[in-house]
Design a protein around this ligand. Structure first.
Ligand code: ADP
Length: 873
């Protein structure tokens, strides 16, 4: 064969082989491109892969199979360029089928040269979609695992024991602080362990290698950079087919952060505990300081202890109670303190329902008896059951939630006066020795405060005693003085209640009288609300109140505090609340007639009535009873006098009227007698004349008498009217003496009249002055047998004095006042002889007084009398 023939055959053969090959390959698209990228040949694989027939694609640019974005990026031509430059280009990418679906293509593009001239490209494309998906999934899994490991700081490893090969995950490299990919040997691994933990780790591994199974171990590693870290390693041995150890698979978890967090948490907890303890100590000390200051500052220790109890919650206790021993040995619970008022009410309820037994072998009574404090750090629930009296008690005790408590006695010179109980419940704090020390310290200070207060009180009591004794005397004097002026029962009550309350320093006072049997009446009250007083103003004698009781029994009733009141007068608890009065003392008012009422003093707070207080109250009650009786007598007498005066006024009116009625017929008798005597109706005999004279004398006497009576009754009835006129007194006196001249001379007496030369004018009632002077002159004539009658008028700046004197029988000293009383005559026989009514002087004196003057008398029996009329000038 020649060379060209051989070549031709060879090339033909090659061509055929090639064709055969290419066509038989159905899984790959194999085709040829011309240098410009146009499709020159097509095979069955290409047809299957891309869905195009040969005639549909030959001559078209191969870029048609690229996604549009690749085409736009010029990728088809770029590939050709690269393939032409390097001879071959292997790439992967999406390609588009005829039906528009995509597949992931693996493409090998080979440049075809002939004598260094590019004649085209061979192109082999495989569909790698499935592989690609699988690879993607795997990659994702690996990535996720790595991420998970990284996140968890969890590395994984595998040690092929037979082969001696160790594989680490990336995260494990990171945990150990070395570059991923470094070859790891068992020795290298051991070198990375912390020297102190190395033995322990190898022992674990060897144990597993020897007897199988698995291990978990926490240990430290030492990174090349020197950092120490904590890891937790797990491993499990897998045996080979022969039963020999094949490999150990395991994980290593970086737990340094966890360890650190743990350590930090431990440190924080310790710090918090220390801080709490410090705060607690500060609170305890603060409480102690505050409570001590309070105890030191006040002498009212009961009140102070109450305050201390409230101060204790919640800084030192959830509950605090204070008990004091009463004189009778029972316990007085002063205070129960808790932040929640409902719980305080609950505790009081327990206290009320189940009062402590002073002989109780445990609890507060025991602490008080022994003087030994009690600390219960943790109260077991069974102890409540033991302490409870019954089911209900147990239920209530459980509600208190007592978890831990301290009871300390309050002592004064080795004697327990009470106890303080501190309880922890919901705050979850348990008392310890330090708390007991604080509680004891507090109790000791309370004891000191009480002793101090008691000393003070004793001293104050003594001083008060001395002071009050003098003060009371002064008060008693004031009461006596006040009572001497008080004439009505109301005035007496006012003095007693007001002064009594002031003297005793009381807050209220009350006086009740029992004038009507079975009935009581409040006549005076101070310091009490008017509404309450009005309600009790008129009460029955059997009313259940202290004062009624005192009046009924005749004995004092003393209630020193609310407790006594509750025991003896439970019905009055409401009134006590309304009035705010706690303590009272009611004493009966006893007089000759029995108990006539009651006196009450009250105090807002509990009050101890000392012996002196009671004695003082009883003293003023006695005074009050006497004064009250006197006032009643006065009232009675006053009423009688009123009645008598009214009767007398009626009599005077009657007399005045009667006298007037008598005067008219008398005037007629006198008138007709005069007509007869003057013989106007005809001549009369001497005998008749004498009889007429007697008629006249009797009638005139009767007229005078009537006039006097009328005058007196007018004066007594207050009906006598007084004129005020300018009166020239000198001529008035002269006129009267002239009028009497004849009568005096008829009696054989001399009349001596001495008057001022100048006229004197007075403002007075001339008629009444004349009436008085006539009375005096006619008396002077009547009671003088021999000698004479004198009349004198003296006027000085203030007074005019008219004196009518005689040298007659005179008036005995004993009679000098009497003769001014109506219808009084010294000597009946004498008067019968001289005539008279006994009304002249009484009328004259009353008239003189009506004129603002006076009628006085000077006399010597048997020598004569001088009556002097004084008139204001
Ligand atoms: P009578 O109308 O009785 O005089 P009087 O009241 O005038 O009433 O006087 C009362 C009594 O006072 C007289 O009864 C007389 O006893 C006594 N008496 C009054 N004036 C004199 C006098 N001048 N001398 C002595 N006794 C007098």
């Amino acid at each position: 064969m020649n060379e060209s023939g051989d070549q031709a055959i060879q090339s033909l053969q090659a061509e055929q082989v090639y064709r055969l090959l290419v066509d038989s390959v159905r899984d790959y698209a194999i085709f040829v491109l011309d240098p410009q990228g146009r499709i020159a040949s097509w095979n069955a694989g290409a047809e299957r892969l891309k869905g195009y027939e040969e005639e549909e694609v030959v001559g078209r640019h191969y870029g048609m199979f690229f996604p549009e974005s690749d085409r736009e990026a010029g990728r088809p031509d770029l590939h050709l360029e690269l393939a032409a430059r390097d001879g071959r280009l292997e790439s992967e990418g999406w390609r588009i089928r005829k039906d528009g679906t995509r597949f992931w293509a693996h493409v090998v593009l080979t440049a075809l040269y002939e004598d260094d001239r590019l004649i085209g490209f061979g192109k082999v494309t495989g569909d790698m979609t499935v592989e690609r998906r699988a690879r993607e999934t795997l990659e994702q899994r690996e990535r996720q695992l790595a991420e998970a490991q990284q996140l968890a700081h969890l590395g994984s490893w595998e040690w092929d024991v037979a082969e001696g090969r160790i594989t680490w995950s990336d995260e494990l490299f990171r945990i150990f602080g070395i570059e991923p990919g470094e070859a790891i040997t068992y020795d290298r691994y051991l070198a990375l362990l912390h020297p102190d933990d190395r033995d322990a780790v190898t022992q674990k591994i060897e144990a597993v290698l020897e007897s199988g199974g698995s291990f978990v171990h926490e240990h430290r590693i030492l990174r090349p950079d020197g950092e120490e870290r904590w890891v937790q390693s797990r491993g499990e041995l897998t045996l080979g087919d022969t039963g020999d150890p094949a490999r150990i698979v395991g994980t290593t978890l970086d737990i340094s952060d966890l360890k650190q967090a743990e350590a930090r948490a431990r440190r924080l907890a310790a710090e918090r505990a220390a801080r709490q303890e410090a705060e607690r100590t500060a609170q305890r000390m603060g409480f102690l300081a505050e409570a001590s200051a309070l105890l030191g500052a006040s002498l009212e220790y009961n009140e102070t202890l109450r305050t201390v109890a409230w101060l204790a919650v919640p800084s030192f206790a959830d509950w605090c109670a204070v008990d004091m021993v009463r004189p009778d040995g029972t316990l007085d619970r002063l205070a129960i303190a808790h932040m929640d008022p409902d719980r305080v009410a609950l505790a009081w309820e327990i206290q009320r329902r189940y009062p402590p037994d002073p002989d109780d072998p445990s609890g507060v009574p025991h602490v008080i008896r022994t003087g030994e404090p009690e600390l219960n750090e943790d109260v077991p629930p069974e102890s409540l059951e033991a302490a409870a009296v019954d089911e209900r008690h147990l239920e209530l005790l459980r509600k208190l939630g007592i978890r831990s408590f301290i009871k300390v006695p309050i002592q004064v010179r080795d004697r327990s006066l009470g106890a303080i109980t501190f309880v922890n419940a919901e705050s979850d704090w348990r008392y310890g020795k330090e708390d007991l020390v604080v509680a004891q310290e507090l109790a000791a200070r309370a004891g000191l405060a009480i002793e101090n207060a008691q000393l003070h009180a004793a001293e104050r009591e003594a001083r008060k005693h001395a002071e009050s004794a003098t003060k009371r005397t002064t008060r008693l004097q004031a009461i006596t003085a006040g009572l001497s002026e008080a004439v009505t029962p109301e005035a007496v009550a006012a003095v007693i209640v007001d002064e009594g309350v002031a003297a005793l320093g009381a807050d209220s006072g009350l006086l009740v009288l029992a004038r009507t049997p079975g009935k009581l009446r409040i006549v005076r009250s101070v310091g009490l609300p008017e509404t309450v007083v009005d309600r009790y103003r008129d009460m029955a004698g059997d009313e259940a109140v202290p004062v009624a009781e005192a009046i009924r029994s005749g004995e004092s009733v003393v209630l020193e505090d609310a407790e006594e009141r509750r025991a003896r007068f439970p019905e009055t608890l409401d009134v006590a609340r309304e009035t705010g009065i706690q303590a009272v003392a009611a004493v009966p008012l006893r007089s000759g007639q029995g108990v006539i009422g009651g006196l009450v003093v009250g105090y807002r707070d509990s009050h101890r009535f000392a012996r002196e207080d009671r004695q003082f109250l009883e003293a003023i009650a006695r005074q009050c009873a006497q004064a009250m009786e006197r006032a009643w007598l006065y009232e009675t007498e006053h009423a009688a006098r009123e009645a008598a005066e009214a009767a007398s006024r009626a009599k005077s009116q009657f007399v005045a009227m009667m006298s007037h009625e008598l005067r008219t017929p008398l005037a007629a008798i006198i008138g007709y007698q005069e007509l007869l005597a003057e013989e106007i109706s005809g001549p009369i005999t001497e005998k008749q004349r004498q009889q007429l004279h007697r008629i006249r004398a009797s009638a005139t006497h009767l007229r005078d008498l009537i006039n006097q009576i009328l005058s007196l009754s007018r004066i007594e009835a207050g009906k006598e009217e007084v004129l005020r006129e300018e009166v020239e007194i000198v001529s008035l006196v002269r006129d009267v003496t002239v009028m009497m001249q004849q009568e005096v001379e008829n009696a054989g007496l001399a009349l001596d009249v001495r008057l001022p030369d100048d006229p004197v004018t007075l403002e007075t009632d001339a008629g009444k002055v004349r009436q008085i002077l006539l009375n005096l002159l006619s008396n002077a004539v009547k009671f003088t047998d021999e000698g004479g009658v004198t009349v004198r008028l003296d006027v000085d700046g203030e007074k005019a004095r008219i004196a009518v004197g005689d040298s007659g029988i005179g008036i005995a000293l004993a009679d000098r006042d009497r003769i001014f009383d109506a219808f009084t005559q010294v000597d009946q026989s004498m008067t019968r002889q001289a005539g008279g009514s006994g009304l002249g002087l009484p009328v004259s004196r009353r008239l003189a007084r009506l004129l603002g003057g006076e009628l006085t008398l000077e006399s010597r029996p048997s020598e004569g009398s001088t009556f002097t009329l004084e008139l204001p000038a």
